[in-house]
Write a protein that binds this ligand. Structure first.
Ligand SMILES: *Cc1c(COP(=O)(O)O)cnc(C)c1O
Length: 352
């Protein structure tokens, strides 16, 4: 069977982004590949990134992702970013997965072959030990020979005002100063692009930036290249006559004879339904409006005058005229949500 939609994953764009982010941060990279590598395909991205000299390892959100990565056997460390259940600790440690630790009880419960990254909550208030509690936990882990890293996470490093991020960094540095030297990491993509090498830490965790997107206020001239191009096949072409409507609810109505191409991509594949009424795609070399409601599996496009045929590709976003950022804006959301929403029916293809 042929997939109706493809996500083309550019290894050269990924590689160029990783080089840029490593240079800017002065750090090696712990690449977040959670949520199917931000929708780009876990295996495709991990294989390509593992070839990159600036890559230290991978960060994932849940144990299933850690296990899937371990099975790829890429010879790079994997860090789990959220707390495992007590039952998951042993199996994850056996796979070599680095575990987050945020309490003395967790530090005590780790098996002797585990490797831990102490998680410090410097202000995100999501996960981790408070700074005043973190040092004894880190010392306990170090005593047991299990402490590989210490990390924290910025709550607003992708916004123009860095006051809070600076406070978080200062709190983090106090914890680091009281612990033996180990790997330390704090910056996400926004942190790298805002602070450069100022964080002075050995590792950084750029997610969205690795996939090509800087925070909006830093986008101009960031040098980052979008990694994914999403395209889908035209599956049917027909004519809508004046007065006829297209799609659910009859939101769009033809005022003249209109050539309509039906494209095999819908909101179940991650195209935001909220983009109805604003969305455009590239087809036959032109930017053309999507007509009426975006459906679960399909969307319809005005291709009048283009000679589009069944089997032609419609480019939905990519490096060309229409970006993920445009689609996110039409859908009233952010690049993170659009990219991670790209569904399992979309074939991922790693290309140069
Ligand atoms: C997702 C995540 C990141 C990456 O964040 P970006 O904003 O995509 O750069 C880094 N660290 C942690 C803990 C995360 O959960």
């Amino acid at each position: 069977m042929q997939a109706r939609a493809q996500a083309l994953i550019s290894e050269s764009a990924l590689s160029s982004n990783l080089s840029l982010l490593a240079r800017r941060s002065g750090a090696r990279l712990l690449l977040p590949v959670k949520a199917n590598a931000y929708g780009h395909g876990l295996a495709e991205v991990a294989r390509a990134a593992a070839r990159h000299p600036d890559l230290w390892g991978f960060a994932v959100a849940v144990p299933q992702e850690a296990a899937a990565l371990a099975a790829l056997d890429l010879g790079r460390p994997v860090l789990l970013l959220t707390p495992p259940t007590p039952q998951e600790v042993g199996p994850l440690a056996d796979l070599g997965v680095r575990l987050p630790v945020a309490s003395l009880a967790e530090a005590g419960a780790l098996p002797a072959h585990a490797r831990a990254h102490l998680k410090v909550d410097t202000g995100m208030n999501r996960l981790g030990a408070r700074p005043e509690d973190a040092v004894p936990i880190g010392l306990r882990l170090a005593e047991r020979g299990l402490l590989e890293g210490v990390y924290t996470h910025f709550a607003s490093a992708d916004e123009p005002d860095l006051t809070f991020a600076r406070q978080q960094l200062a709190r983090f540095r106090e914890v680091l100063a009281a612990l033996p030297p180990v790997l330390a990491h704090a910056a996400n993509g926004g942190g790298i692009l805002s602070f450069g090498a100022l964080t002075g830490l050995g590792l950084a965790r750029p997610g969205l930036a690795s996939y090509g997107f800087a925070p909006a206020h830093l986008r101009a001239g960031s040098g980052l290249r979008p990694v994914m191009t999403l395209r889908a096949r035209v599956t049917h072409v027909h004519t809508a006559y004046p007065g006829e409507s297209v799609s659910y609810g009859g939101l769009w109505r033809a005022t003249s004879e209109t050539a309509v191409a039906t494209v095999g991509l819908g909101y179940a594949d991650g195209y935001p339904r909220g983009a109805t009424g604003q969305a455009e795609v590239l087809v036959g070399g032109e930017r053309r409006p999507v007509l009426g409601r975006i459906c679960m599996d399909q969307l319809m496009v005005d291709v009048t005058g283009l000679g589009v045929r069944v089997g032609d590709w419609a480019e939905v976003w990519g490096r060309g005229e229409i970006s993920v950022s445009d689609v996110a804006a039409w859908g009233g959301t952010v690049e993170y949500e659009v990219l991670t929403g790209v569904g399992p029916r979309v074939e991922r293809r790693l290309e140069d």
